[in-house]
Design a protein around this ligand. Structure first.
Ligand code: ADP
Ligand code: MG
Length: 686
């Protein structure tokens, strides 16, 4: 029997029934699914590493023989240890493999077995030890030993019920029997990837040499980049084909607003407004990403867009991810726009202004600000000409689309504070035009950031806070949790509130978190804004958008538990006024990772630098939101390091879309199933 990409794995006679069942459980149905289960690493079992005599910096792979095994208790912890000797070196060298609390290991490892071990060696007293190594028992009577040994052997990621050797045997069988024309090329003809798809699929699993493996990996990575970018190019082509009309007033309202403000727009803000203005004036619907670090003044730019559209007779909607932020936008927009005679409506889970009528049928509020509650309003409006989405990464693709669908092909402006390196922008947001606010308004105080151990510095922090509060400033104190938890030993706002209230008396502290009723939340934010509350003891509900320039101090407890981008966002709540600001990141757990992360914040307050570090520490998926960006589909390709390949594959995808914008030519039909026509539902944030 020979296989094509579409052959159901249930039809593979030689496939172990138990394996089949477990593969089906993780959603694998076709040969193609199994072939796309790429190895996580390889062991060259033609030449093993030397049996270790000392600790190693990185993992090594060697062969040995089990000469002893034992179960031990240290305190209440159970260990299983296996002593391995160098079978070829007359047993002079020995090493201990050690597992904690994994009782089943002793059923697998027996004295006398030959074993292949992979792990990092450490020295403990006189012994050499590997904790929790990966290993494989060499079955001397296994007829399939040619699959497992004497070659560059694939090591697969495993999941429940799926073990290494049966999986490897199944894949070997498939690779041996794949049919040439059963795997159509995905990449269009080109001069930078030479290996045919069918060859690459075989070689990624069972490569004949390191070179062949590298070539196969490159071919398949290029394929992934190509599909990702074909998606983007396809969306862009679809968007460009939409009917639209000019949606831009002469700018009288805009100049009225600007002359009423107590400050000038920055040059960067003006440039962004100009870019938006020409989008609005064109008959093609706008599809623009406005990128600007926290505090760079995105709201004003959005308001300029809104004014231009409203002046042209459109309605506009602005959607924000949290109620606090929506309320704040509503307050700011009302203050700016109502003097110009423009109504600003509000729609959150808590309230819809005006009446019970659906939003767009009310007595024409020119602008509606809301949370995702906007999406559940039943009305649509032909007249909705501009949709603005703030903090767009907090919304899923389908949520964005739902709002957009309330109008008919409205202009769309999405905003984000996450600075995205240019190569990534093109790849992931290539369907959007991008405007960047690359400077902060002048006259801002400096943000000083410090990393401190909470145990040592608690009393200092009380002293410091009292001094600053005494000078008239305000503060945020942030904890990861709402209430204390048995399981996680970190601070909570409810657990710590009393203590702060007492310590900081007579200054007024207040609790703020997501479970507080919307009305109450509102009133707390109002009182904080007006200065009646001096300190907010808060969870990350204040993470996005909140703008209180007099708040200049932030303490974040258990800071290591937050992501880098998230901490940068949190810190963006201070440094918004003329006074200097202080951000203190409190942590008691200092691992290498968290040290690097917190250090990055101490050293820089530039969102671009932070994003680059975040990218290095966690990869692009975390930065951009996986499902939204399609990055979760990259198994082999690395967007950060393989920029050349990304570029080459982009030229292929744009050439293809140019010739066949709807991907409907017969020779391209097989690509249709590969692009993401589906939607996701992620990103609901309360
Ligand atoms: P973000 O980009 O983080 O959304 P905001 O739009 O909330 O930033 O703006 C932060 C603060 O800066 C607001 O108080 C806003 O009024 C103020 N602001 C915006 N533009 C300017 C400017 N050109 N000069 C001075 N202050 C500005
Ligand atoms: Mg904002």
């Amino acid at each position: 029997m020979s296989f094509t990409a579409e052959t159901p794995i249930a039809e593979i006679a030689s496939l172990d029934k138990k394996l089949l069942k477990n593969l089906t459980k993780i959603g694998y149905t076709k040969v193609n699914d199994l072939l796309s289960h790429y190895p996580k690493r390889y062991e060259n079992r033609e030449r093993f590493d030397e049996f270790p005599h000392e600790a190693t910096e990185s993992p090594i792979c060697f062969k040995g023989e089990v000469i002893d095994s034992s179960r031990k208790f240290y305190g209440r912890r159970r260990f299983f240890e296996a002593l391995i000797s160098d079978s070829e070196g007359a047993g002079l060298n020995q090493i201990t493999l050690r597992w904690f609390n994994m009782v089943f290991i002793h059923k697998i490892i027996m004295v006398g077995q030959k074993i292949i071990v992979y792990g990092k060696v450490k020295k403990s007293g006189k012994r050499l030890i590997i904790d929790h190594p990966e290993f494989e028992i060499v079955e001397t009577n296994n007829t399939n030993s040619g699959i497992h040994l004497e070659r560059i052997t694939p090591i697969y990621p495993l999941s429940s019920g799926i073990s290494q050797r049966p999986l490897r045997e199944a894949l070997f069988n498939i690779v041996e029997n794949i049919e040439g024309n059963g795997f159509p090329e995905i990449l269009p003809p080109n001069d930078f990837v030479e290996m045919p798809r069918i060859k690459a699929l075989g070689a990624i699993h069972f490569p004949a040499s390191d070179n062949e493996l590298a070539e196969a990996r490159r071919a398949l990575a290029c394929e992934e980049f190509f599909i990702l970018q074909l998606n983007v190019a396809y969306r862009k082509a679809q968007h460009n084909a939409l009917p639209g009309s000019a949606n831009c007033g002469p700018g009288k309202l805009l100049s009225n607003l600007l002359s009423s403000l107590p400050f000038e727009m920055t040059a960067a803000q003006s440039r962004c407004v100009d870019e938006i203005r020409s989008d609005l004036a064109s008959t093609k619907p706008m599809n623009r990403l406005l990128q600007g670090d926290v505090g760079s003044g995105k709201t004003l730019v959005a308001v300029c867009a809104i004014l231009l559209a409203v002046e042209a007779g459109s309605e506009a909607a602005l959607m924000a991810p949290t109620q606090i932020l929506a309320e704040q936008h509503h307050a700011v927009l009302s203050q700016w726009l109502e003097p110009l005679g423009i109504n600003v409506g509000l729609c959150t889970a808590k309230k819809k202004t005006g009446s019970d009528l659906p939003l767009f049928e009310q007595n024409s509020p020119g602008v509606i600000v809301g949370t995702h509650a906007l999406l559940y309003d039943s009305s649509n409006s032909e007249n909705l000409g501009l949709v603005v989405i703030d903090e767009q990464h907090k919304f899923g693709v389908s949520q964005r689309q739902k709002l957009i669908n309330k109008g008919s092909c409205p202009d769309v402006l999405v905003m984000t504070a996450t600075p995205i390196p240019r190569t990534l922008t093109l790849t992931v947001y290539g369907d959007l035009d991008v405007s960047v606010i690359d400077e902060l308004p002048p006259g801002r105080g400096k943000i000083n950031t410090y990393v401190r151990q909470s145990k040592k510095h608690l009393s200092d922090s009380v002293k410091f806070l009292k001094t600053k509060l005494g000078e008239g400033r305000q503060a945020y104190i942030v904890y990861p949790l709402i209430e204390d938890s048995e399981k996680i030993k970190v601070g909570s706002v409810e657990g710590e509130f009393q203590k702060w209230s007492e310590n900081l008396s007579p200054f007024k502290c207040e609790l703020l978190h997501g479970r507080i009723a919307p009305d109450e939340k509102d009133s707390i934010m109002d009182r904080f804004r007006s200065g009646a509350i001096h300190v907010l003891i808060s969870t990350t509900v204040i993470e996005v958008g909140v703008d209180v320039p007099n708040a200049t101090i932030m303490y974040v407890f258990d800071a290591e538990r937050f992501g880098l981008a998230q901490l940068h966002q949190l810190r963006g709540r201070i440094g918004r006024g003329k006074h200097n600001s202080y951000c203190v990141l409190m942590t008691d757990k200092v691992t290498d990772d968290s040290k690097q992360k917190l250090k990055a914040l101490e050293e820089s307050s530039d969102g671009f630098v932070i994003a680059e570090t975040d990218l290095k520490l966690r990869g692009p998926g975390e930065l951009l939101g996986k499902a939204q960006s399609g990055i979760d589909r990259l198994k082999l390709g690395d967007l950060i390091t393989e920029t050349e390949l990304v570029k080459q594959s982009r030229s292929l995808s744009s050439a293809l879309i140019k010739l066949d914008p709807n991907i409907e030519n017969p020779e391209n039909l097989h690509l249709r199933t590969l692009i993401m026509l589906d939607d996701d539902n992620d990103g609901v944030v309360a």
